[in-house]
Write a protein that binds this ligand. Structure first.
Ligand SMILES: [Zn+2]
Length: 315
């Protein structure tokens, strides 16, 4: 009989070594389900021995012992989403089925790229086609939702951007309309300007001059005698009339289109808030109230709240 040893360990005795070899080959080559490979580390060795006849053939138990040491490798098919393995199913056909199913109504733009990769493992990882499909469908729906939320967010941003641009355009147009009024002929924003004094004054301080003042000069100073009549530079509505800190007695006339004219350091004021005035209305008289060193009219022109140089138009 033959003594069967594996890695030096005696497993038993057989009559025919070819029979055991054949059975081992059948074991190694049988393929069931996801089995890809059966590997037996040490094949048995045989030694012809003289043993007592009563020693039974132990083929079956020898086979079982050898099979116990074998390493089985399973092959499954993983479905990948955007390159990452998600679920493994048992066959390539199942994997392909799932992909076809998921891709059938996939919305354009949704990042849900499916693929198949073979996975070899000593563990049986494959799950049923249905549960893999369920998991992947859940992922797909989440991706679709994510995509739709992102689209909604982008749309919202686009609308906000458009509104902001429209607002800026409107502002720029208004500013341009105010600032590009023709300057040469004493016009501003469609207004024909006239001189606020009907005498020739002495210009004692120009727009923008600093000197010893704490602030840059926001108007032009027109010196003339106390009590000289002041007329608006254009028709409009009085929106302020009264004392105003360093400006002294002040009248502000609104001419529309964002244009205002200010008359400061007045001696007397002849109008009140709401008075409609023309270039022939004597609104006040020249004085020296507020921060002033002598009788003069401080004339200020504001466009949309910003003081501009009156001498661009007058004097
Ligand atoms: Zn001044």
């Amino acid at each position: 009989m033959y003594t069967v040893t594996v890695s030096g360990e005696t497993l038993g005795y057989v009559n025919e070594k070819s029979e055991l070899d054949q059975k081992l080959n059948e074991y190694i080559n049988h393929r069931e389900g996801t089995i890809a490979l059966i590997d037996i580390k040490d094949m048995p060795e045989y030694k012809l021995d003289l043993v007592a006849r009563k020693t039974a053939t132990q083929e079956k138990s020898i086979l079982e012992k050898i099979e116990d040491t074998s390493v089985i490798t399973y092959k499954t098919y993983a479905i990948t989403v955007n390159g990452e393995k998600v679920n493994e199913v048992n066959t390539e056909i199942e994997a392909q089925d799932i992909i076809t199913n998921l891709q059938s109504d996939l919305k354009e733009g949704v990042e849900f790229n499916l693929g198949i990769v073979e996975v070899f493992s000593q563990e049986q990882n494959g799950i049923s086609e249905n549960s893999a499909l369920e998991t992947l469908n859940g992922m797909k729906l989440a991706k679709v939702q994510e995509y739709e939320e992102e689209q909604a967010r982008l749309e919202q941003e686009r609308i906000q951007r458009e509104q902001e641009e429209a607002r800026k355009r409107a502002e720029a147009t208004a500013a341009k309309a105010a600032m590009t009024a023709s300057f040469g002929s004493g016009n501003i924003s469609g207004l024909n300007l006239s001189y606020p004094l009907r005498v020739n004054p002495v210009i004692t301080s120009r727009f923008g001059e600093g000197g010893s003042r704490r602030y840059v000069h926001t108007g032009v100073d027109l010196a003339t005698s106390l009590g000289t009549s002041i007329y608006p530079i254009a028709s409009g509505t009085v929106i302020f009339a009264g004392p105003s800190g360093t400006y002294g007695n002040k009248v502000v006339v609104d001419h529309g289109n964002g244009v205002q004219s200010w008359y400061a350091h007045c001696n007397t004021i002849n109008v009140g808030v709401g008075t409609e005035v023309t270039t022939d209305t004597c609104i006040a008289t020249v004085g020296s109230t507020g921060n002033s060193s002598g009788p003069h009219l401080h004339l200020e022109i504001r466009i949309n709240g910003t003081a501009i140089n009156p001498q661009n138009y007058l004097y």
